[in-house]
Design a protein around this ligand. Structure first.
Ligand code: AKB
Length: 310
């Protein structure tokens, strides 16, 4: 990678990925784009609605990237409120991006998710290759996106690669409209009020990862030798799996008086129940050296140290 175009730069991942890529590849070599205006960029930025293929093409023709990282999209819980809008944005946007990338010979990064699995997927140590029958529109768009990326590689030779992100925890930008968001909010509330009311029930385990490990994973995958990649567009990755009680116990090691109670949201709980408890990430380790550094307690110490600055 030398010149990279990023969509969804104002989101939870985009905010940090753009800054990370600019540190590695130079400010001028990373162009950010989002459908909302953003201030304070140290490199090029453009307003972009990813449903507008002509606008994507014009920006790529002007910037001439070798790689596009297509992060723009709506998350799981928000998607259930308006499935039609999710499909137009997530699938329409990905299709547009793959077409424009195909015509210009760009590599593509696609963020899939643990949402690409469903209730009849093996929930524990979920294999890399397994049953994928998700029950959310977000999950359906992720499975379709994985397959579309594979198709563009097979049919047209597009170098499309992707990761199945677990819940991502970070302190620079808040997530919005996801099911795993509780695992971010809990740190803010622990610092602000010493307590948190969880919309996810005790005993609901989901895969999670700290943002620095996610950023490292994106770069490692995109820089990996293509000859070693058998699972191009949808690698399982995860650094930890916990339920609300587990993250609360970790917070109490720093803030012993922290209190957790529950007001379970049936919609987000149903989504969480349909996702795996813990993923098998051996393909990512073997094919491109996936190696997360943060476990739950290391992440908790860092989050609780940094959240007060926000
Ligand atoms: C969500 O909760 O929707 C996302 C995801 C796991 O893809 N964080």
């Amino acid at each position: 990678m030398k010149r990279i175009f990023v969509t969804g730069s104002g989101g939870q991942v985009g905010t940090e990925l753009v800054a990370h890529l600019r540190r590695l590849y130079g400010d001028a070599n990373v162009m950010a784009s989002d459908f909302k205006a953003q201030e304070g960029h140290s490199g090029p930025f453009a307003l972009l609605d990813v449903r507008d293929r002509g606008a994507i093409a014009s920006l790529l023709d002007a910037f001439k990237p070798d790689t596009v990282m297509h992060l723009a999209g709506i998350l799981s819980a928000r998607g259930e409120a308006n499935p039609q809008q999710l499909w137009e944005t997530n699938m329409g946007g990905l299709y547009n991006m793959l077409e424009v990338a195909r015509e210009r010979g760009c590599s593509v990064f696609f963020p899939s998710s643990i949402a690409a699995f469903g209730p009849n997927t093996p929930a524990d140590n979920t294999p890399q290759d397994t049953i994928q029958r998700p029950t959310t529109i977000y999950g359906v768009s992720k499975v379709a996106g994985e397959l579309l990326c594979d198709y563009y590689h097979l049919k047209y030779g597009v170098d499309a690669r992707g990761l199945r992100f677990p819940g991502l925890i970070s302190y620079e930008a808040l997530p919005g409209g996801g099911t795993t968001d509780y695992a971010v909010h809990i740190y803010y509330e622990a610092r602000a009020r010493g307590r948190y009311t969880s919309y996810i029930a005790a005993g609901s385990y989901m895969d999670m990862m700290y943002m620095p490990d996610a950023l490292d994973a994106v770069v490692r995958l995109m820089e990996a030798d293509p000859a070693k990649l058998r699972h191009r567009s949808a690698f399982n990755i995860s650094a930890m799996s916990f339920d609300p009680e587990g993250i609360a116990a970790s917070i109490r090691k720093v803030l012993p008086d922290f209190e957790l109670d529950y007001d379970v949201d049936p919609e987000r709980q149903a989504i969480a129940d349909s996702w795996p408890n813990s993923l098998d990430c051996s393909a990512a380790r073997e094919e491109w050296g996936f190696a997360p550094r943060y476990d739950l307690d290391a992440m908790t110490r860092d989050m609780l140290a940094r959240v007060p600055e926000r």
